[in-house]
Design a protein around this ligand. Structure first.
Ligand code: ADP
Length: 482
């Protein structure tokens, strides 16, 4: 099967979150199963050097104010179709934000270009390569099926994948004509959303099938608490919606070979983890103590992620002998609160504000536990890295966190199946109790190390889920042919 992925991020090239990891991993797993996958992503400034090594596969003389080329490149085991549109993507700043941290004012044009070029490739192919299925990811690719519908020509099946429903790409109705969208599509069962245009809604309403990144999140999305305004549409399309759990790249995340770890290790010998722990303590200015539990956090610091609750849990955690090493960036108030906490609890709380891939690996390789108190979490990846690295996840019971961790309650421990600690309802009090439970379990080395070894054996690769994507693609094709 030939599959076109359309997305705004792809690891290891450009990443702000879990979306990038998925886009970098699923195509490899599908290719290993004998399928062809090409990934259309914008040629942001960081990707421009790659253009030199590629080959032009299509060109548009004027698209939203400039010339656009699509350059095909094979890099890092992936086939990329780079959307070379300097007027839209050759900029300082991050993928979505200006250097001052504001949304780019033309984000609607930037990602409409992604959808429009994706639609052209879907309909006409790229240098003779025509996809059977297009998999659009998140709102940035959402307009693709809208443009495709406007072409009024035979088209491949379209699957839209929701990585996080909180991001919806909503823009005023005055953008309809500038985006080249027909008024015909501006209806309740099309791209219209409370009087505006929603890129995500377009992707959901007009795709043949919809997936999201865990089963629990697929069910949660039908409820007003989680659906964020899309629950009605998703309920109407529930028959076409399925959850496919994210996996992780087992080569990139391998504690036995990870170059970011001073001492790689495996489930047979965990000695290296102790040496890595000393390195984490040094990097985060923590008082060295091999026998005190070390919790880590690696996250965007936004209200979704629940780290404000962690701030309130710190005195209790420290009283139990726990320490915290936190790596994160995001909302300034949360960043500052953690910097303040690291001053107040010197030696027990260490904080690095920023984004650092290597340090995130070290934290997984050198910490005893990882905390993920998200208020909602479509899938979550850091708990999967935690399992693979024997870094026990302490998680809120929601979305993919609920689906991937088996709680160390009495039954779970007795049945020898526990791999972490879950808490619900998602409150500071329950989080605090979960942290205390983790400290108590850590104080029982036999139970703890059995749990660590079990976690490390838990399957977290892509094999099963890649097959599930294929099943959805086949179902979409069948639905379209009927
Ligand atoms: P989300 O996509 O909502 O941010 P996920 O858990 O799905 O959450 O994915 C987050 C990804 O980003 C993981 O690969 C995690 O390791 C990485 N990450 C998040 N914050 C940082 C950071 N400050 N430094 C390095 N990696 C980070």
């Amino acid at each position: 099967m030939r599959v076109l992925f359309v997305a705004s991020e792809c690891a290891p090239f450009v990443k702000t979150g879990g979306l990038a990891d998925v886009i970098g991993a699923v195509p490899k797993a599908l290719e290993a199963m004998g399928h062809e996958v090409k990934i259309l992503i914008p040629a942001y400034r960081a990707l421009l050097p790659l253009l030199e090594t590629g080959q032009r596969v299509s060109e548009f003389s004027d698209l939203f104010g400039g010339k656009v080329r699509v350059i095909e490149v094979r890099a890092e085991g992936l086939s990329l179709l780079l959307l070379d549109a300097p007027h839209l993507f050759d900029r300082d700043g991050t993928l979505y934000l200006t250097p001052e941290g504001q949304d780019w004012p033309d984000n609607h044009l930037r990602f409409a270009a992604l959808g429009l070029v994706g639609a052209h490739i879907a309909a006409d192919g790229a240098d003779g390569w025509v996809p059977d299925v297009v998999n659009c990811h998140d709102w940035q690719a959402g307009l693709l099926p809208a443009y495709l519908r406007q072409f009024k020509r035979p088209a491949p099946a379209v699957v839209t994948t929701i990585h996080n429903i909180a991001f919806q790409g909503v823009y005023g109705p005055q953008n309809l004509a500038p985006l080249g969208l027909s008024a015909e599509l501006f209806t309740q069962d099309g791209i219209e959303y409370w009087g505006s245009i929603s890129f995500l809604k377009a992707g959901l309403a007009l795709a043949d099938k919809i997936t999201t990144v865990s089963n629990s999140y697929a069910s949660e999305l039908l409820m007003p608490e989680f659906g964020m305004g899309m629950e009605g549409l998703l309920t109407a399309r529930a028959g076409d919606l399925s959850g496919i759990l994210n996996g992780i790249d087992l080569d990139v995340w391998n504690p036995g070979t990870d170059p970011a770890l001073p001492r790689p290790y495996n489930a047979r010998s965990l000695k290296g983890k102790g040496i890595n722990k000393a390195e984490v303590e040094a990097r985060f200015d923590l008082t060295p103590n091999p026998s005190a539990p070390l919790f880590c956090a690696v996250s965007r610091l936004t209200s979704q992620k629940g780290f404000d609750m962690l701030l309130d849990c710190l005195p209790g955690l420290i009283a139990k002998g726990g320490r915290l090493a936190l790596l994160g960036s995001g909302e300034q108030a949360i960043e500052q609160a953690f910097v303040d906490a690291s001053q107040r609890y010197k030696g027990a709380v260490g904080v690095v504000i920023g984004y650092d891939e290597g340090l995130s690996h070290l934290l997984q390789g050198g910490s005893d536990a990882i905390v993920i108190p998200s208020r909602f979490e479509p899938c979550g990846l850091t708990q999967l890295y935690g399992l693979r690295y024997g870094t026990i996840p302490v998680v809120a019971r929601t979305g993919g966190l609920a689906d991937t961790i088996i709680d160390a309650n009495d039954a779970g421990l007795q049945a020898n199946c526990a791999t972490g600690i879950q808490f619900s309802p998602i409150t500071t009090q329950m989080f605090s109790q979960a942290l205390a439970r983790a400290c108590d379990l850590y104080a029982q080395p036999k139970i703890w190390s059995a749990m660590v070894r079990r976690a490390m054996k838990h399957p977290v690769g892509w094999d099963v889920s890649a097959g599930a994507y294929l099943d959805v693609y086949n179902a979409a094709l069948e639905q379209k042919s009927n």
